[in-house]
Write a protein that binds this ligand. Structure first.
Ligand SMILES: Nc1ncnc2c1ncn2[C@@H]1O[C@H](COP(=O)(O)OP(=O)(O)OP(=O)(O)O)[C@@H](O)[C@H]1O
Ligand SMILES: [Mg+2]
Length: 641
């Protein structure tokens, strides 16, 4: 599967696409002064190339016959000045084009990254991380290559070609035509070369991508590799991948190794035909030796850009493919037509499990005027789910339009209400849809049917920032960023050090933090991996309480922590829930038992609801879950005793 997506990456497109080019040039526009500067230097460089050959002719035809040493000297001096000027032009042009490429790259990367951050969670479900990173790295790099080596230098090459051919035609059109004789052959060879090399470049990139994917996966999974003693067999597989890469590389080298000698031969043929055509006329006195010498030099200089242009063409083609992929990503917007806003405006879809299903899980900002949440209630908010249906599998939804099959609902007709200050616990087997409920509340996805309200306002009408600003979320798999403890608690909230410490103290994380070598300034490893699971939980509580949200969403981790930290966590939880509405996906008995209402979720449906006591009295699913849990606790209690 991963391999086919890599192939997708490498689809070859057109070398020139006016629509893409126009859009790309939009990125260059802010830097047109740089482009103009670079072009000016390139043109100057192209013109300066003519100085040497013409000086040669003058020395041979005029200075040498007249034995005029002064003229030779001044010619040498002029040549030297021209060479220095050429050097300066080339230096300045390289600097300017690189600057241009780097600036455009920077702009594009920033744009792609900020766009990525705005995309819906459903988008990230569909797109592997590796592919997205490729957009920001290699695809942008391909464009850089185009801007620095491709477009500007390509224009320079064209200009040089033009300048040299005009010079040749003006000086002696018959000799010029004789030297142009092999050009069709050069173009033909270059075309063949271009296609071969393009093919093998593509293959090299595909193989390299496989090596990278393999390495990335094995290194992040190094624990599994070592635990299962797979070092040797993984090394063998890596060897295979490397070999494929080598074969592909050799193929491109072989193409190059053929191309350059062939061009060399063609250049020599051009020079030979020039000499043959010139010799008889020199004999007849209608042509000077100097002019022949001039042409010999010009022809050499003529073939160089010709050869370069075919390489530029490949760069252009790679860049077009990259820009196509980048623009597709930049154009990915949460799809309004499929948005929940539509499903909601159609009253027949509310609460009725009836086709057609319009919704998609992509989150879109409602096209209608936004509604702001009512003023924050000191005791929290009211949350209501009204006949909510939700499925992740969108491909399936699309198919079901044709086959009239029901999508795989993860939530079916879920309705509940939590009032300010209340705590509601959600329990249920793994995969029952508990995390999905809180994901919908945060609008990581929109439900296909039904609606969710906060203080009576449909959450799809509330600006996302305002909605999420009202919510504190403690994740099931806590994500901390590499960085110090304080900034992980603070996140985007502009809190003073004192406020951070106060939040940590409230949930009892303070003692844990102070045990760390640098306290609040302690640097956490990637994903916060350098501290224990229990410590991570306490930190994430501090993070939630620091934001002081009206609604707390708690997705408790199932992993057990030691009894000392467990006691701290329970204290912290009680503190967290104080004075706000809480929806807790709970595994801790203490959380469940003390909640105002318990929802028992079973295969996406609410199977039972009530207080702990009611539900136990019913002797149903909850009763069984509870007894399982108590049994486990008793067992672990015995084990630790
Ligand atoms: N991003 C996703 N894309 C597709 N399917 C998903 C996605 N996330 C969850 N699911 C599926 O939806 C169902 C409910 O998942 P959910 O994460 O809500 O379960 P849960 O009740 O939180 O389970 P647990 O107790 O193990 O955390 C599962 O069948 C799961 O495979
Ligand atoms: Mg879950």
């Amino acid at each position: 599967m991963a391999e086919s997506s890599i192939h997708d990456e490498e689809a070859l497109g057109k070398a020139y696409d006016a629509r893409l080019m126009r859009r790309l040039l939009g990125y260059v526009r802010p830097y047109r002064r740089l482009v103009l500067g670079a072009l000016a230097f390139l043109f100057a460089e192209g013109a300066l190339q003519l100085v040497g050959p013409f000086l040669t002719r003058r020395v041979i035809d005029v200075a040498v016959p007249a034995r005029d040493l002064g003229m030779v000297r001044s010619a040498a001096l002029i040549y030297l000045v021209a060479l220095v000027a050429q050097f300066i032009c080339s230096y300045a042009e390289t600097l300017l084009t690189s600057l241009l490429g780097q600036r455009v790259m920077r702009d594009l990367r920033i744009e792609i990254f900020s766009h990525l951050q705005r995309l819906s969670i459903a988008f990230f479900d569909r797109n592997p991380v590796g592919r997205l990173i490729t957009r920001v790295t290699s695809d942008v790099e391909a464009l850089n290559e185009m801007f620095t080596a491709g477009v500007v230098a390509g224009l320079g090459d064209l200009f040089t070609l033009l300048a040299i051919s005009i010079a040749m035609l003006v000086v002696d059109w018959r000799l010029a035509l004789a030297s142009f004789l092999t050009i069709p052959l050069v173009i033909l060879t270059s075309n063949v070369f271009r296609m071969r090399v393009r093919e093998s470049y593509r293959e090299i990139r595909v193989r390299l991508a496989r090596i990278n994917a393999f390495l990335q996966e094995r290194i992040s999974g190094i624990r599994v590799v070592q635990l299962f003693g797979r070092e040797r067999s993984e090394a063998a597989r890596f060897d295979g991948l490397n070999h494929q890469h080598l074969v592909a590389h050799l193929r491109s080298i072989r193409v190059y190794a053929l191309y350059f000698p062939v061009i060399e031969v063609l250049t020599s043929v051009a020079l030979a035909s020039l000499i043959v055509a010139g010799a008889s006329r020199v004999e007849a006195g209608t042509l000077t030796v100097g002019t022949v010498a001039l042409f010999l030099q010009l022809v050499r200089r003529f073939f160089q850009p010709l050869q370069d242009l075919s390489e530029k063409y490949n760069i252009l083609q790679g860049a077009m493919a990259s820009s196509e992929r980048i623009f597709t990503l930049l154009d990915t917007e949460p799809d309004l037509a499929q948005a929940g806003a539509l499903a909601r405006s159609d009253p027949t879809t509310v609460g009725l499990p009836r086709a057609p299903v319009r919704g998609a899980a992509d989150v879109a900002q409602a096209a209608e005027p936004v509604v702001h949440l009512p003023r924050k209630n000191a005791a929290g908010v009211t949350i209501e789910f009204e006949n909510v249906w939700f499925a992740y599998d969108l491909g399936h939804v699309a198919r079901s339009d044709r086959t009239h099959r029901e999508p795989e609902w993860v939530l079916r007709d879920v309705s509940f209400r939590v009032t300010p200050g209340e705590t509601m616990a959600i329990v249920g087997h793994t995969g029952a849809g508990k995390t999905t409920i809180v994901s919908l509340l945060m609008r990581f996805y929109d439900p296909q049917r039904g609606r969710i309200t906060m203080d009576g306002v449909d959450i799809r009408d509330v600006p996302l920032e305002e909605l999420r600003g009202a919510i504190g979320y403690v994740q099931q798999d806590i994500f901390l960023f590499a960085g110090d403890v304080a900034s992980n608690i603070r996140l985007s909230n502009p809190l003073s050090d004192g406020a951070v410490a106060a939040a940590a103290t409230r949930v009892g994380a303070d003692r844990v933090i102070r045990r760390l070598p640098q306290g609040y300034a302690h640097e956490l490893g990637e994903r916060g991996g350098s501290i224990s699971v229990g410590e991570r939980q306490l930190l994430s509580f501090a993070r939630a309480v620091a934001a002081d949200p009206a609604l707390l969403l708690l997705d408790e981790a199932t992993s057990a922590v030691d009894s000392e930290i467990e006691a701290e966590i329970q204290r912290a939880l009680a503190e967290l829930m104080q004075g706000r509405t809480t929806i807790a996906i709970a595994h801790r008995l203490s959380t469940i038992v003390s909640s105002d209402e318990i929802l028992v979720l079973h295969h996406g449906q609410i199977a039972e609801r009530g207080t702990h006591r009611d539900l136990l009295a019913r002797g149903g699913l909850y009763d069984r879950l509870y007894r399982l849990q108590v049994g486990e606790l008793a067992m672990s209690g015995r084990a630790s005793a």
